[in-house]
Design a protein around this ligand. Structure first.
Ligand SMILES: [Zn+2]
Length: 134
């Protein structure tokens, strides 16, 4: 059985190498869906309760909410962020939606005590990235 919970957060990023408007710092309302595989059990016949998933994802996404996602090689942005009281996360890759989905899959896999089978990150209502368990 597959159980999915959806969360929304805002984050800022830029992709200088992509050119155009993506070169500038800009903010998106991102949506994350985490899907787990488990079997229902117990008196309540629950697999992985939505409440448990909520606790896991909220604890992770608290660090992402309103943060600037910055590539470690984007020295200009990183220098600025390191000087002030700013909320940011440093990525080893350009912080594309693809890189975000990979990172979230890795983190959620480590924190959740259930089998994570997919993370989907929406950059908008009509475009998303899936990272699935091998
Ligand atoms: Zn963007």
């Amino acid at each position: 059985m597959k159980i999915t919970r959806r969360f929304k957060f805002f984050a800022t990023h830029r992709l200088p190498e992509h050119g155009g408007a993506d070169s500038f710092l800009h903010r998106h309302p991102f949506t994350v869906e985490a899907t787990f595989e488990d079997v229902p059990r117990g008196q309540c016949y629950l697999a992985y309760s939505f409440g448990e998933i909520k606790m896991v994802l909220e604890s992770i996404l608290a660090e992402w909410e309103d943060a600037v996602l910055v590539h470690e090689e984007d020295k200009e942005t990183l220098d600025f962020l390191q000087k002030g009281p700013h909320k940011y996360l440093v990525f080893s890759k350009p912080p594309s939606t693809e890189a975000m989905a990979e990172r979230l899959f890795e983190i959620i896999s480590q924190v959740a005590n259930r089998e994570l089978i997919r993370v989907r990150v929406y950059e908008g209502p009509d475009c998303w990235v899936d990272v699935e368990a091998p």
